[in-house]
Design a protein around this ligand. Structure first.
Ligand code: HEM
Length: 534
């Protein structure tokens, strides 16, 4: 019945279309073309350049708005692009944590459009995980300018099998076994900096934000390059590296103009990679001469040599110095801001909680059998259960990486109701899952005890998105938790540190990762006898 009715309708429509067509042909035959052309010429002669310009502009704005509406579909986001083309570009240059929060709360999926970029934000735990675990639809895009700074040939931009194969070669560099090799060199840096913290505090409270960034950079460089990098080079990279971070805004001007943030960022990156290339050659020479490995470069070169002479049973090609320098730069790039963020919050939270500081100290003495001078080792760190819980709680409460930008390789049906268009940025957010009140009671409180083995937080593995998930999950995740447990334990044993609380201490500043807005006022004093509890 329905089919018959549909057929009749179609026939009627065709008939009426035929009538209209024949009428149209007739009218064309009778048309006065000459007259029409003359009138068009007359109108055209009166049109000014401005009128053409504004017409085109209105057409372009309309196109931009219509495209935005089509891409936005049913998800949350501004009703219109209030600033034509640019959208919230100026806002994105100075991101505010509270604005991110508003965005996450606006819906499980929300969007913004900045210039030609359409950005979809996934805010729930499950949607965030889904994006991170959909390598056939999305690949990481870091931020636009990262490709220019890290060089387009960099391994982090590999996708699919090429990426997985390359990662397999890198994973052993940050395994627990490898960490054992790096700890002695790292401990030397820790000792030096703990002394510097105490010296800096002689006049009272000082802001530690920049000092901690330098500290983290020095530790990382020592871990990656061992003694091949000189103290002067470490100092230079540590001081200048913030320019790389400053260049990494979510959206940048499309080309790098001289003396802009991005120009300085790329310059520092190039200089740092040149230093790393020199270190790689030294590592090759020393390892070929049978030297004992003590840094990431040594371990990497050694695995290449073992693969070449067939002693490891693994196939690894001999990477050039340039390739090694690019890869090691990605380690610094990935670690520097996130580690500095964790360092700031961890010191702040522990200083604010004398009860926590005391428990860490008790544990540190216990695992060292009362001998505070016992050097760090993997075995020792593995016994620091409570200190480890403090590190994990700081990471949960203030996850350094709030969002991880990915790019849709093709149309991506992210939910039953919404498909992200090809080419859009799709950004899973990590923060909401880590503040989920169903898993973390009093989610805004610093409660290391919640991480007790077998407890609700410990079991909720799906919520632990601090280091991402899937094929691109953080390469340094074990290294981070293990080494921070060691660092902070040592600092708590050797020093007393206090925090000057200001109205901005708990407020979050976004600078690639997140930091206390007041740049963290601390005061360190040396403990006269670290082997005593009080
Ligand atoms: C507190 C410190 C750190 C945090 C919170 C952190 C977090 C993250 C996150 C969220 C990702 C993205 C994962 C994804 O897309 O699923 C990532 C990737 C990565 N991280 Fe970390 N990270 C930290 C430190 C480090 C360190 C010390 C290294 C040193 C090697 C490192 C190396 C990497 C690398 C190489 C990637 C890219 C992996 C790939 O694409 O295969 N990270 N990290």
């Amino acid at each position: 019945m329905n089919a018959i009715k549909t057929g009749e309708l179609a026939q009627n429509a065709t008939q009426s279309a035929n009538i209209t067509l024949s009428q149209f042909v007739e009218s064309i035959k009778q048309a006065d073309f000459k007259g029409a052309l003359t009138s068009i010429e007359q109108i055209w002669s009166q049109v000014t350049g401005w009128q053409i310009f504004f017409t085109l502009l209105i057409l372009a704005i309309t196109y931009d708005q219509v495209m935005y509406q089509i891409r936005k579909g049913s998800i949350a986001g501004p009703r219109f692009k209030f600033l034509p083309f640019a959208g919230p570009f100026f806002q994105s240059m100075n991101p505010k944590f509270e604005e991110y929060m508003d965005k996450w709360k606006s819906g499980p999926l929300s969007c913004v459009s900045i210039f030609h970029k359409f950005v979809v934000i996934a805010s729930t735990r499950d949607l965030a995980r889904k994006v991170l675990q959909s390598p056939s639809f999305v690949h990481p895009c870091v931020v636009d300018v990262a490709r220019k700074i890290l060089r387009p040939t960099n391994w982090v931009f590999l996708d699919g099998k090429a990426h997985t194969d390359y990662r397999k070669g890198l994973n052993p560099l940050f395994s627990k076994k490898a960490l054992e090799v790096y700890i002695p060199e790292e401990e030397k840096v820790m000792d030096r900096y703990i002394q510097e913290f105490v010296d800096m505090s002689k006049g009272g409270y000082v802001q530690y934000f920049l000092k901690f960034r330098e500290y983290m950079c020095a530790i990382s460089l020592k871990t990656f390059c061992g003694d091949y990098i000189t103290e002067d080079q470490i100092q230079e990279v540590a001081v200048n590296y913030y320019r790389v971070t400053a260049a990494l805004e979510l959206v940048n001007f499309p080309i790098i103009l001289p003396y802009t943030k991005t120009w300085y960022g790329r310059k520092i990156a190039d200089e740092t990679m040149n230093v790393f290339a020199g270190c790689a050659q030294m590592a090759k020479d020393r390892m070929a001469g049978g030297g004992k490995p003590n840094c990431v470069m040594d371990n990497w070169v050694l695995s290449m040599l073992e693969s070449q002479n067939g002693t490891s049973g693994r196939k690894i090609k001999l990477f050039s110095n340039k390739e090694i320098s690019e890869a090691v730069f990605t380690f610094l790039f990935a670690s520097q801001d996130a580690s500095s963020s964790l360092c700031c919050w961890l010191y702040q939270f522990i200083a604010d909680r004398p009860d926590v500081m005391r428990k860490i100290r008790e544990e540190q003495l216990r695992v060292r059998d009362g001998d505070a001078s016992k050097p760090l080792s993997l075995d020792l760190i593995d016994k620091m259960t409570y200190t480890n819980m403090c590190v994990r709680e700081a990471l949960r409460l203030r996850p350094p990486v709030l969002m991880v930008p990915y790019m849709a390789k093709k149309s991506y049906p992210i939910s039953d109701q919404y498909t992200a268009p090809k080419g859009s940025m799709v950004i899973p957010t990590l923060y909401p899952a880590l503040h989920d009140p169903e898993v973390y009671d009093d989610p805004e409180e610093f409660k290391p005890e919640r991480w007790v083995k077998g407890g609700k937080a410990d079991l909720a593995k799906k919520n632990w998105l601090v280091f991402g998930a899937g094929t691109h999950v953080c390469l340094g995740r074990t290294y981070v938790v293990t080494s921070f447990t060691g660092f902070i334990g040592k600092a708590v044993l050797a020093t007393d540190f206090q925090h000057k609380v200001t109205p901005k201490s708990e407020k979050i500043k976004v600078f690639a990762t997140i930091f206390p807005q007041d740049d963290l006022y601390l005061k360190f004093t040396k403990r006269p006898d670290p082997s005593r509890l009080d």
